[in-house]
Design a protein around this ligand. Structure first.
Ligand SMILES: [Zn+2]
Length: 565
């Protein structure tokens, strides 16, 4: 197959928590089928004796009958009579545990910022869940990160009228040590250095608006549907002009300027281009509280200040800096029965940003892989190769956990048959790229061909693929020559609405798709484990980039082992 050929497969440490969270309910089984039951239905020697190519030709009659017995009322289109695939469909699609698992992770544990108690609690929950399921799991220390404890936040406008405002504390922001009332100021248009210094000194005890305001907080789709082209164009021009104008106001400011000036706080608004949605990241402020204000409320404050009104806010933000604490990956393992030193690695980062509960980034990836391991343990408890699952810490800080795992486990890197990662939201997988491995075309389509037609129909394979992707944990392994792939969902509204935003919550999850994804991940892990041949590591020539130059394979950089904050 040529470069970039598209193949449609069917046609071809633990610290006590100070804040009181509700006790975490352990998931209970809805169906009384123990792992032992599942294993006894298809004894382990049968499970490991199905070479991929032979299942349909040599399957004994009793297995066909067994398949018929376990087929659900909603039939799937099996490509073969492999009883493991059939049982995976049953467990994954008909008896999915994704809702209850997601409820614990997102609703009960909540945000999982790097270094936070939430992340640590999520890791403990994974350890307990795997123990309940009889899956070996361990915490591997990867370094330290700064712990920030975020308590309650109240932001109210007091003058010129009273109104509570929608706001989030930026990560690692200092708190206010009780309620603080202060006037809001907008930076002046730049004139000269002396005037700038005079203005900066005047910000002592004030809240300063440091972001561009938005004239309109409607989603672009809304404009496209309702406004004239001329209106859209004119609004776009005004946005660009406003952006440049605001950059001129705040352009020379340095991190720490407002701390040094003694400002009460900084107000920002990083609108994400949709209804009610802001991206909320971290701040380097050391004494001035750093708030992100919703697009609507930020615009309101700005219009009032620019209109000559005295605007006073009262802010009460609780936050504590608790210093560097140890950080961990959670690694689960189902040990291989024939090739224990060869591995199939499932992965997804566990950490999130803090403004919501990290449902699609990356709660859904986490639940996909967790549920896939449950499916695997029940249906395929004695894999040919060892199956590992990596719940990476601190991806949002630069893929820290996966890079550390790579650097700390060279022997595992040598033995990886294939790695699959997910990190972009809730929708069903639509694509797998071969990431430029010459051997991808001779393995991945073969594995995909064993999946039910319903899954094949939704996923496009690009082999050996452009390796155009950066940005998540799969790349931590590609740079080391490890066959590592992304189970990719559509991006359509992910970046606009949920990625790193204040709206990335449980209600955004499509559970039908989550069940599908977990089942696909389990089936692909099964196929990669059973494949009689090893996945080669020869690197294909990568297609040229948009600038016309050939792409080169990425180099690995060591993981940062402390926050450096
Ligand atoms: Zn992510």
């Amino acid at each position: 197959m040529g470069v970039g050929t598209q193949i449609l497969p069917h046609s071809s440490e633990v610290v006590a928590f100070a804040h009181d969270l509700p006790s975490i309910r352990k998931p209970t089984s809805r169906r009384k089928l123990s792992l032992a039951d599942a294993a006894s239905r298809w004894p382990s020697e049968r499970l490991i004796s199905f070479p991929v190519e032979m299942t349909s030709r040599y399957l004994p009659l009793f297995s066909v009958l067994a398949v018929l017995l376990v087929l659900p009322a909603r039939a799937q289109t099996l490509q073969n009579e492999d009883p493991v695939i059939a049982e995976m469909w049953q467990i994954g699609m008909e008896e999915s545990r994704t809702r209850e698992l997601a409820h614990v992770l997102m609703d009960q544990i909540g945000p999982r910022l790097a270094g936070s108690e939430g992340l640590e609690q999520a890791q403990q929950w994974l350890m307990e869940t795997y123990a309940d399921w009889g899956v070996d799991a361990r915490k591997e220390e990867i370094g330290t990160w700064r712990r920030w404890r975020h308590g309650t936040l109240h932001v109210d406008m007091i003058e010129p009228r009273v109104s509570s405002l929608e706001a989030k504390l930026k990560a690692w922001s200092p708190g206010t040590n009780g309620p603080v009332r202060a006037e809001v100021v907008v930076p002046p248009v730049k004139t000269n250095a002396a005037a700038d210094a005079e203005w900066m000194a005047s910000t002592a005890g004030k809240f300063v608006m440091v972001s561009q305001p938005q004239e309109m907080c409607r989603a672009a789709q809304e404009l496209e549907a309702n406004a004239s082209e001329a209106t859209i164009e004119a609004l776009g021009k005004r946005r660009r002009d406003e952006f440049n104008a605001y950059r001129n106001r705040v352009g020379a400011l340095q991190a720490g300027d407002f701390d040094n000036a003694g400002a009460a706080g900084t107000l920002e608004s990083r609108w994400s281009g949709g209804w009610g949605v802001n991206k909320v990241f971290s701040t380097s402020n050391k004494s001035a509280v750093a708030l992100d204000i919703s697009c609507e409320d930020y615009g309101l404050i700005y219009r009032l200040v620019e209109g000559g009104h005295r605007v006073v806010l009262e802010v009460n933000a609780q936050a504590q800096d608790l210093g560097e604490v140890p950080q961990f990956n959670v690694v689960g393992q189902i040990t291989g029965s024939e090739l224990p030193h060869e591995y199939v690695l499932l992965g997804a980062h566990l950490d999130s940003w803090h403004a919501a509960t990290g449902a699609t980034d990356n709660g859904t990836g986490t639940i996909t892989m967790l549920e896939a391991v449950r499916i695997l343990k029940m249906t395929y408890p004695n894999p040919r190769r060892t199956i590992l699952v990596g719940h990476w810490a601190n991806e949002e800080m630069g893929r820290v956990g996966s890079r550390a795992f790579r650097d700390d486990n060279p022997e595992i890197m040598d033995g990886i048959q294939a790695a699959f990662n997910q990190d972009n939201g809730t929708w069903r997988f639509e694509k797998i790229e071969g990431q430029g491995y010459a051997d991808a075309a001779s393995h991945i389509p073969k594995w995909m061909a064993m999946l039910p037609r319903e899954f094949q129909d939704q996923i496009t394979l690009e082999m050996p693929g452009p390796q155009a992707n950066t940005g998540s944990d799969h790349t931590s392994f590609i740079c080391a020559g490890v066959p590592s792939f992304r189970l990719q969902s559509p991006y359509d509204e992910y970046r606009q609405y949920t990625w790193h935003t204040n709206r990335d919550t449980y209600d955004k999850i499509s559970f039908d798709d989550l069940a599908r994804n977990a089942t696909v991940a389990a089936m692909m892990a099964y196929q990669a484990s059973e494949d009689p041949s090893r996945f080669g590591r020869e690197q294909a020539l990568l297609p040229v980039a948009a600038n016309g130059r050939p792409r080169s394979w990425p180099n690995c950089r060591p993981a940062p082992r402390e926050s450096g904050r």
